[in-house]
Write a protein that binds this ligand. Structure first.
Ligand code: AMP
Length: 293
């Protein structure tokens, strides 16, 4: 595995890979790698790909200093995992990379919903660093997880808006045996990790209530209260939205997802689940299955 922390060396090595006819598959991460990340590193069998992973805890996407300072950093064990996964290149940018970022104007509605409401500037921070990486690496493919679904939409939007040729590949969320979405922040919960189990339980319950019959939107409030009574400090949001553009459901049928963000002891966790039916919603908030897949 090549370890690169200098932009010039990165450009030179990428040129060499391209000359040998290889595709560049870029996988950006913030490190503290787990099996969720590893699912993105898996090599697709039919492609001659160079897998280039970056590890960078981007200060611009943290709106809370404590969150940034406490974010787990485990570079030595990350390197071991990347070697075991036979990743080709690890890019470790220098902290000063954030001084060279371009201004990103409007990210539209998708950056103002869900995490965009109470994490001011978060998606602008994500967009700026990803644009810089795309500019530097010019990857053929960028591989991202559906775990950060809103981020996935933001990155798809900047790629489209800036007419970048990179193809987006997305991978489903990897969960532990209790259904908890793997996340670098999970370890910050210590013994309170058991509370995170309520998240997939609630998402599955809502999904089954929707697919078994009608579901009234105001029932989401019941689930929020249930989570907060179970010991979760705060449910920041629990919403069912159109998965294409994060708009609210209407009578026009669409594919949707349930989105949730909660905090336990100041640790914020997010999750989402696709509803495997096409849904429509009446004016008085009754969601019905319009068609099964
Ligand atoms: P992060 O290091 O948290 O910024 O995540 C880097 C990439 O890994 C993002 O594209 C995430 O969506 C993805 N990722 C994180 N956790 C998971 C998971 N549990 N399953 C699948 N992908 C994940």
């Amino acid at each position: 595995m090549l370890l690169i922390n200098n932009e010039k060396t990165l450009s030179r090595e990428i040129d060499n890979f391209r000359k040998s006819g290889k595709l560049i598959n870029f996988i950006p991460t913030m490190g503290n790698l787990h099996s969720g990340h590893s699912s993105l590193f898996k090599k697709s069998e039919d492609k001659d790909e160079i897998r280039l992973v970056s590890i960078f805890v981007n200060p611009l996407q943290f709106n809370d200093c404590n969150d940034f300072n406490n974010y787990p950093r485990t570079l030595e064990s990350d390197k071991k995992r990347l070697l075991a996964e036979t990743v080709d290149v690890l890019f470790l940018p220098d902290a000063q990379i954030i001084n060279e970022l371009r201004f990103v104007s409007s990210l539209g509605l998708i950056s103002r919903k869900l995490c965009g409401i109470d994490r001011s500037g978060h998606f602008e921070g994500v967009a700026k660093i990803i644009l810089k990486f795309l500019d530097l690496i010019k990857p053929d493919i960028i591989t991202l997880g559906e775990k950060d679904y809103q981020q996935l939409l933001v990155i798809k939007k900047i790629i489209k808006d800036f007419k970048i040729k990179t193809k987006v590949k997305s991978c489903p969320t990897v969960r532990d045996k209790d259904g908890i979405a793997l996340s670098s922040r999970n370890k910050l919960l210590g013994k309170k990790i058991f509370l995170a189990r309520y998240i997939p339980t609630v998402l599955k319950q809502i999904t089954s209530e929707i697919t078994e019959g009608s579901f009234e939107l105001h029932r989401l409030k019941y689930f929020k209260d249930y989570l907060e009574k179970s010991g979760i400090d705060r449910v920041h949001y629990l919403e069912i939205l159109n998965e294409i553009n994060l708009s609210s459901l209407t009578k026009v049928p669409c594919v949707s997802r349930i989105f949730i963000a909660i905090s336990i002891d100041g640790v914020r966790l997010i999750d989402n689940m696709r509803i495997e039916s096409v849904l429509a919603c009446s004016k008085n908030g009754i969601i019905k299955v319009s068609q099964k897949y």
